[in-house]
Design a protein around this ligand. Structure first.
Ligand SMILES: Nc1ncnc2c1ncn2[C@@H]1O[C@H](COP(=O)(O)OP(=O)(O)OP(=O)(O)O)[C@@H](O)[C@H]1O
Ligand SMILES: [Mg+2]
Length: 251
């Protein structure tokens, strides 16, 4: 299988504490990789480094074989890596539809020259984006809330909306930071089926999650990390039964 993402020897320290300690891994095309480990293991730091939100101290990140280390988050999402945040980062005062519209990559009116010379194209792109946003909201049963401020939604609905925003970028690789933490069983099922649909559409997905049952259910492969290091890697069953993993969770 082809590797869509590869990271080599990533190091990142915060005030002397290793968040990533020689961390290397890969994501195959069209697989769902689970990234698990205790609080403070370095999971979110890994997402932050891959997506350009934090520079690593050293090491390399390759997407489709091309080095993307040190690119800006904006360039990286344009290349095809989209993410959610553990703390959601929706714009709570803006309505649901506008939150999705802001997540599209092809905002045609962003360049001033475009405003004067490509008026029709801008209008067309905005119409297309609106249509796509509406169909994403329909697909996730959020249409009725399209005009509600995002801050009025339940926590589970906000989590789902953050995933919709991630999908709007139409990225090939999705990085989901705790997509089902703290939500009710029916929303969990919905998010599970949205992620499964993405895989069917050929996307590659990395999921950080503490909910082991969810990881076991949905992932093709799992990496367990602790103190910035990869401790175990394999099928969900192999990792769950690895004595090193059992020991780490019992500590
Ligand atoms: N921006 C930052 N500034 C300082 N320290 C940070 C920063 N981001 C992460 N850390 C530290 O790096 C370590 C790894 O944090 P990280 O958020 O990556 O862990 P995590 O595996 O995502 O944990 P959790 O499961 O609790 O979300 C922790 O010790 C954390 O306090
Ligand atoms: Mg985290």
């Amino acid at each position: 299988m082809d590797k869509i993402l590869k990271t080599q020897n990533l190091f990142k320290k915060f005030d002397g504490i290793s968040a990533l300690n020689n961390f290397s891994c890969f994501v195959e095309k069209n697989e769902i990789l689970g990234l698990i480990g205790p609080n403070g293991a370095g999971k979110t730091t890994f997402f932050n480094v891959v997506t350009g939100f934090l520079p690593s101290d050293s090491g390399d990140v390759y997407f489709h074989g091309k080095q993307i280390s040190n690119k800006s988050p904006y360039r990286i999402v344009a290349d095809g890596i989209s993410r959610t945040f553990q703390d959601l980062r929706l714009i709570r005062q803006l309505n649901v539809l506008d939150n999705v519209l802001l997540s599209f990559q092809n905002q045609a009116g962003e360049k001033l020259s475009g405003v004067f010379f490509q008026k029709n194209k801008i209008i067309q792109t905005e119409l297309q984006n609106r249509k796509k946003a509406e169909s994403l909201l329909e697909y996730t049963d959020l249409s009725e809330l399209a005009n509600e401020p995002a801050g009025n939604l339940s926590y589970g609905q906000q989590k789902l909306l953050s995933i919709v925003c991630c999908l709007a970028a139409d990225a090939k690789l999705l990085l989901l930071d705790e997509p089902v933490a703290g939500i009710n069983p029916s929303m969990r099922e919905k998010i599970l089926s949205v992620i499964e649909d993405q895989k069917k559409e050929g996307k590659s997905i990395v999921i950080i999650e503490h909910d082991m049952d969810f990881i076991m259910e949905i992932c093709d492969r799992v990496i367990f990390m602790d103190t910035g290091e990869k401790i175990s890697e394999g099928t969900p069953g192999e990792v769950r039964n690895d004595p090193k993993v059992i020991e780490a969770y019992l500590e």
